[in-house]
Design a protein around this ligand. Structure first.
Ligand code: TYD
Length: 139
């Protein structure tokens, strides 16, 4: 049975290699499967920190290790998959209704997130049991 997690994958971004320094660009809805409405980033992340531990009802996101590295564990309620992000020209597309945990941040890492909507606390599911219940209702 196909599950939601199969919609989530690593996407390679354009990379212009240059001896003066490499360049990567992202064009709205051209390189990622949604229109970008918001950009935010996590930085100054203390060793051992976890972020995430929630799902979004409708939000699409694209997560990039713009500096350093970290892991993203995705869970669609049936299958869990762990991705290691360590290059600024790769990103992870995360579809709606995906529980996520970000951990293993390297020192000085920066996590850039592109999102399909502005911040809306009502779009969050912060209780794992509620998330599981809602995924069962969607099947
Ligand atoms: P949250 O998304 O829970 O962070 P994480 O999943 O990385 O642990 O957000 C942490 C706090 O920041 C929360 O109080 C909401 C606030 N916030 C905004 O105000 N705007 C935003 O765009 C984001 C992502 C968070």
């Amino acid at each position: 049975m196909a599950t939601n997690i199969e919609k989530c994958s690593i996407i390679q971004l354009p990379r212009i290699s240059d001896p003066r320094g490499n360049l990567t660009f992202i064009e709205n809805s051209n390189h990622i499967p949604f229109d970008i409405k918001r950009v935010y980033y996590l930085y100054d992340i203390p060793g051992g920190s976890d972020r995430g531990t929630h799902a979004h009802k409708t939000l699409h996101q694209f997560i990039i290790a713009i500096s350093g590295s970290f892991d993203v564990e995705l869970d669609d309620g049936i299958i869990k998959k762990r991705f290691h992000l360590n290059r600024s020209y790769y990103g992870l597309y995360v579809c709606p209704m995906m529980w996520r945990l970000l951990d293993n941040f390297s020192s000085g890492s920066v996590c850039l997130v592109l999102a399909s909507g502005i911040y809306d606390e009502f779009d969050y599911i912060r209780d794992y049991n509620v998330f599981i219940q809602e995924t069962r209702e969607l099947i």
